[in-house]
Design a protein around this ligand. Structure first.
Ligand SMILES: Cc1ncc(COP(=O)(O)O)c(C=O)c1O
Length: 459
């Protein structure tokens, strides 16, 4: 990369395009009302810029599309499976790789085997599906982020780190009830913040002392490794692929959603070192997902992931990816909009609690802000606050630690002018934040309520 120029360009050209249907505020308000103010219930062609999630929403490369043609759909032992396996092992050298249709299927299988009543699963921060799968098994999901992670405005290079002392205290007390310790890289619910190699080593040492295995929730492993290269002392000249291998070498297994840093639209896997655990998981896989050489995937999906794993550790791609996210976040921050600092890898998190201090946490400031971003400019984000995390397993409600709206950036999908538009919309909404009112939930399922809950606006 020629470093005489400051502009980081998208390191790709556009090969085929998808039209965006332009709408006006009146139409969007009607759509919102029809969707009961749940942005998951919108038709996506009523959305102008879709920042709901970075999961499975990225654009594939021409090489990945070519891979789809090579996909071999043999039931057992397909060459596509072996190409997928080799690509996974190139980065994550685990003895057993178990393909699944997406990340939560890997979680469901693992926690069915390892979870259960009386068990405790610590994590730097569980994401929604991970927490739900742990709790569904009857186990308790415990978040142990470092203290700095609880203050959105605070700058810290590795705000995704786990609180090692808190982990030590938990294991000293209850190691017998802890079947696995998880670390999520990067930490999605905590702002897309990275975990350092030093922290992973310290967590590993605590796990070793107590004889508990360590697993990675590795969805955004490449983004995490790029931050390590940029920020961790002694890591700056290294290849990202080597940093990923170091991260993997510290773990006994991983769950993965290939819809993120697999650069694919579907897919995932569970990988483990332990032979007995692998056998139990494979037995469940056959019951719920499919034969062990395809899991829940078509051969063509395995090809897309295999190629995606090569492209995702490319330095030009990662430099652009992380800078593009920071471009949005820094613009909002510089204009005075409160955002989680520093800017994470895959998303910008607006601190709705700070922007809408007049809306109580259980009147869902994040949901109110997300709805207004859509009404004002057709920008769809996602509440990560008391709607997503406020309901306890016993049915009671408690405010979440923070009230955020996540603007997740799909990979290789939007250009800088799309993001300039998002900035303009967000600043216009922020300028009249004091006019926004809270919401109440009129109907919701017992788990993962944010996907289907129905809301009403408070007067
Ligand atoms: C950190 C983390 N873990 C697990 C998952 C679940 O992956 P999937 O959506 O493929 O089931 C996600 C998805 O957003 C995630 O961000």
């Amino acid at each position: 990369m020629d470093d005489r120029f400051r502009t980081i360009i998208e390191p790709f050209r556009i090969h085929s395009v998808e039209p965006i249907r332009l709408t006006d505020r009146g139409e969007r308000e009607a759509r919102l009302e029809q969707a009961s103010y749940n942005l998951f219930a919108l038709h996506s062609d009523d959305v102008l810029i879709d920042l709901l999630t970075d999961s499975g929403t990225g654009a594939m490369s021409s090489e990945q599309w070519a891979g789809l043609q090579r996909g071999d759909e043999s039931y057992a032992g397909s060459p596509s499976w072996y190409r997928f396996l080799a690509a996974v092992r190139e980065l994550f050298d685990f003895a057993h790789v178990i393909p699944t249709h997406q990340g939560r299927a890997a979680e469901k299988i693992l926690f069915t085997v390892l979870g259960g009543p009386g068990r405790v699963i610590p994590n730097n921060a569980h994401f929604d599906t991970t927490r739900a799968n742990v709790e569904f098994s009857g186990a308790q999901a415990v978040d142990l982020p470092i203290a700095e992670a609880r203050t959105p405005a605070l700058e810290h290079p590795f705000k995704g780190n786990m609180d090692v002392d808190a982990l030590e205290a938990l294991l000293a007390d209850r190691a017998g009830d802890v079947p696995v310790v998880f670390v999520t890289v990067t930490n999605n619910s905590g702002g897309g913040q990275p975990v350092s190699l030093a922290n992973l080593r310290a967590v590993r040492a605590v796990c070793d002392r107590h004889g508990v295995p360590l697993f990675l929730d590795a969805c955004r492993f490449a983004e995490n490794a790029w931050f390590i290269r940029e920020r961790e002392p002694g890591q700056s000249g290294r290849r990202v692929a080597d940093i990923v291998r170091d991260m993997a070498s510290l773990a006994d297994g991983m769950t993965m959603s290939a819809k993120k840093d697999g650069l694919a639209n579907i897919g995932g896997w569970l990988a483990v070192r332990d032979d007995d655990l692998a056998e139990q998981c494979r037995n469940l896989l056959i019951l719920t997902e499919g034969f062990p050489t395809y899991g829940g995937l078509a051969g063509r999906d395995l090809e897309a992931i295999a190629r995606g794993l090569v492209e995702v550790v490319d330095h030009d791609y990662l430099r652009y990816r992380i800078r593009a996210t920071a471009y949005l976040g820094d613009a909002l921050h510089d204009a005075g909009v409160p955002v989680v600092r520093p800017i994470g890898g895959h998303a910008v998190y607006i601190d709705a609690g700070a922007l809408l201090p007049h809306v109580a946490p259980l009147q869902y400031p994040g949901q109110a802000l997300a709805c207004e971003l859509y009404a004002a400019g057709g920008v769809r984000g996602c509440e990560i606050g008391s709607v997503m995390f406020g309901r306890r397993p016993d049915g009671s409600e408690q405010p979440a630690a923070v009230e955020l709206v996540r603007l997740a950036i799909p990979r290789r999908t939007y250009t800088q002018s799309h993001i300039d538009y998002v900035i303009e919309v967000a600043l216009a909404v922020a300028a009249r934040a004091d006019e926004l009112r809270g919401m109440r939930i009129v109907a919701a399922p017992p788990a993962l309520r944010h996907f289907t809950a129905r809301f009403e606006k408070l007067g």
